[in-house]
Write a protein that binds this ligand. Structure first.
Ligand code: 5RP
Length: 218
């Protein structure tokens, strides 16, 4: 289970500084949508340059203009770029094709994706399917990521080795039960980056994922 550190609502310098502190406890680095919107591809390039040894995820949340946006992310050094599951299927298909062309990956963000649409997306076997509770759902309607509320991408995904990611307000309390879903990736932002002690928070989360996988806690 990879830990993807979500970097949102920071300057590029702040994002680099916090990542350096928690570096040993995380696996993937997400250049958050807010960074991409505020600073553009420079944010992806900067994180790529600073952390050559980590997987960089550009959370661009593409909804249209797929080839242009995905080419841009991969050229800036992203290993993974995100597209919204609710987009037209042709958009998602285009993202998958651009990823194959560059030997990169696609994460499909299932925020507000209907079951009918999800059914259509099951053909994209190489994608990572991200069940996501949004910031607005967290902050305005008080929704939480949890086994009851999760829009899990169907039992068939778990049965067929589809890669699943979970995101949205995940913390040390919710992680152990969410780990039962055996996600490939857990995406964690504020529980680490806004913690009073981000290093302790990251180390605790790393220990929880390790023990959920049957390993020894660090
Ligand atoms: O995609 C995102 C916001 O749209 C965030 O990356 C995701 O929600 C994880 O951050 P947090 O743990 O703070 O919710």
């Amino acid at each position: 289970m990879k830990i993807q550190l979500a970097l949102d609502r920071f300057t590029i310098e702040q994002a680099i500084a916090i990542t350096k502190r928690v570096y040993p406890y995380i696996d993937w680095i997400e250049v958050g949508t807010s960074l991409i919107k505020e600073f553009g591809m420079e944010s992806v390039r900067a994180l790529r340059k600073e952390f050559p040894g980590k997987t960089i995820v550009a959370d661009i949340k593409t909804f249209d203009n797929a080839a242009y946006e995905f080419e841009m992310c991969y050229a800036a050094g992203a290993d993974v770029a995100t597209v919204m599951g609710a987009s037209p299927v042709v958009t998602i298909e285009t993202c998958m094709n651009v990823a194959v062309k560059h030997g990169k990956q696609v994460m499909i963000d299932l925020l507000n994706t209907s079951d009918d649409q999800l059914e259509k997306l099951t053909v994209y076997r190489e994608a990572i399917f991200c069940a996501h509770v949004s910031k607005d759902q967290q902050e305005i309607t008080g929704q939480k990521q949890g086994l009851a509320g999760i829009h899990l991408p169907g039992s068939r995904f778990r049965d067929t080795n589809r890669k699943v990611a979970l995101a949205g307000g995940i913390n040390a309390e919710s992680l152990p039960s969410l780990a039962k879903v055996q996600p490939s990736v857990v995406i964690i932002g504020s529980a680490i980056t806004k913690a009073q002690d981000p290093v302790l928070a990251a180390r605790t989360i790393k220990a929880l994922t390790t023990s959920a996988e049957g390993g020894t806690s660090v």
